[in-house]
Ligand binder design. Structure first.
Ligand SMILES: Cc1cc2nc3c(=O)[nH]c(=O)nc-3n(C[C@H](O)[C@H](O)[C@H](O)COP(=O)(O)O)c2cc1C
Length: 486
């Protein structure tokens, strides 16, 4: 339980104790950082109710140098991470989350991080020639990765050039050598904007990379928090208590006082190197090797027996596709309501589209044009625009998270000629597996709304659904449940 009077250093070990008591974590000794950790984690998250995995006794590393994966991959743990209490199902979690992101956002200003002088993160310090990021068992996650990725479930802390805004984002981090890593921030991401400003001014960019803490950290730094807002504040609003931070000795950047491992250094203007490829969240190794800024690591802080928090992407379902689907669906729901779309019933950002490329909204149609309005906003609101491709709008009798029902509505309520709206030159990504076909070097994409609602102008005449009524279903379940194994 959190103590409302005390700041929270985002201690991963306290969280592990919590979930161990709930039998939600499995210890795995002896797996190799070369592909085995990645493949075990990948197969694990394809199971119906995956456990978190804590790897230890990793060949070539001292016992106790651990790697933790699959932290956010089921409803029970995700609810615990988001401080929503215990839940008994995925639906329970979604219900408890409804409206929370808006409330967290509006309370964030009340929870600035609290600074202290010391914390467990400073138990060990490497500096100068001692710096060696390969001292930690960073996995080679996938067979065709261009290197070992030490940063996946990480938080990258950076500072703006001309304001005191600190941003915390999750961006992948690849090891180049013992004191250099590559940092892949996609253009437009807040860390990338701060980096560009430093490069334009010819100044080194300060970076602190947090490689393990309470998974609430990367769950929030990996999702769209408004521009100019510090993720520590947002996390504080979720916890109901401020995040406790210490200042990095080199850059002064704030880092959680109980973090497991932190790499601190500078990205110098012009210091760019080849990075990737990397198996991605949409399920591909997109394109060839690219380039990204190099961070020269000058300090490493870590706790005894450090735990590296990993969250490897891959073809969905992957390590974080479930949490992304849950979180982005809640954010999209809030965004549609804030944009003034009435009677939105539910939104689901499907894991198959990496919670970006195939999103569905259900509405109770109120007026002509309502469904297209919802679909176009789903594709282009702030949270939804990046890399969105398909927005499907369905009536209130369809559950947006149930692909079988959604595709039944598409098959039976949408007329392809009339009910697909295509937009061109939308916000795309060079990371899109289809980018190779676009014939441009600029990250546009095309997007479509599939309006799979019953046509509004034929509502009165549209055929009725041939399915037992809710009342008949309930009565049948009550009386004949033993036949239905319920
Ligand atoms: C595990 C994980 C890995 C991610 N990797 C990257 C990445 O390598 N580059 C990137 O730009 N975004 C990546 N993202 C998405 C960003 O973290 C996300 O868009 C976030 O909103 C960025 O923070 P910002 O809004 O402060 O820029 C990743 C997200 C997660 C959860």
């Amino acid at each position: 339980m959190t103590n409302p009077n005390k700041a929270n250093g985002l201690d991963l070990r306290r969280w592990l104790e919590d979930i161990a008591a709930m039998r939600q974590v499995k210890e795995v000794p002896g797996a190799d950082w070369r592909l085995e950790l990645g493949a075990i984690s990948e197969l694990n998250v394809k199971k119906a109710d995956p456990m978190a995995l804590l790897f230890d006794e990793i060949p070539g590393y001292p016992a106790g140098h651990r790697v933790l994966t699959c932290t956010t991959s089921n409803a029970v743990r995700l609810a615990n991470i988001l401080r929503l209490g215990s839940v008994d199902s995925h639906q329970d979690l979604v219900g408890k989350l409804r409206g929370r992101p808006n409330a967290w956002k509006s309370r964030a200003a009340d929870f600035p991080p609290v600074e202290v002088d010391d914390g467990p993160v400073f138990e060990h310090v490497m500096s100068g020639d001692e710096v060696d990021v390969t001292a930690f068992p960073a996995p080679l996650w996938h067979e065709k990765d261009g290197g070992r990725y030490i940063g996946t479930g990480c938080m990258v802390v950076t500072r703006d050039l001309d304001t005191d805004w600190v941003n915390v984002g999750t961006y992948r981090v690849m090891i180049h050598d013992r004191n250099h890593v590559g940092l892949d921030m996609i253009p437009g991401k807040h860390g990338a904007i701060q980096y560009d400003k430093h490069v334009d001014a010819g100044k080194p960019f300060p970076v602190a990379i947090v490689l393990g803490c309470d998974p609430l950290g990367y769950t929030i730094s990996g999702i769209e928090v408004p521009y100019g807002m510090c993720e520590y504040n947002y996390i504080g609003a979720i916890l109901g208590q401020p995040v406790e931070v210490v200042r990095g000795q080199l850059t002064g950047l704030p880092i959680p006082s109980a973090a497991e491992i932190v790499l601190e250094g500078w990205a110098h203007p012009g210091d760019i190197k080849e990075e990737g490829p990397f198996g991605e969240f949409h399920g591909y190794y997109p394109g060839k090797q690219g380039t990204s800024p190099v961070v020269t690591i000058e300090r490493v802080y870590y706790r005894s027996q450090p735990i590296l928090l990993g969250s490897p992407p891959a073809k969905p379902p992957n390590d974080y596709s479930y949490s992304k689907a849950v979180m982005r669906s809640a954010l999209l729901m809030d965004a549609l309501q804030a944009a003034g779309v009435p009677d939105v019933q539910s939104v689901w950002a499907h894991e198959i589209g990496g919670a970006r490329m195939f999103n569905v909204v259900s509405i109770k149609q109120r007026y002509a044009g309502h469904s297209r309005q919802a679909g176009h906003l789903l594709l282009n609101c702030g949270v939804g625009a990046y890399m969105s491709r398909w927005a499907v709008v369905v009536d209130e009798d369809i559950d947006p998270s149930n692909l079988q029902e959604v595709m039944w509505a598409v098959a039976t309520r949408a007329d392809p000629e009339r009910d697909i709206d295509v937009l061109t030159r939308g916000m795309g990504s060079k990371n899109d597996p289809m980018f190779v076909t676009f014939g441009t070097d600029t990250a546009f994409n095309s997007k479509a709304v599939i309006d799979a609602c019953r046509p509004y102008d034929y509502l009165g005449r549209f055929p009725e659904v041939a399915e037992a009524s809710k009342a008949l279903q309930a009565e049948t379940r009550r009386k004949w449940g033993h036949v239905l194994d319920e």
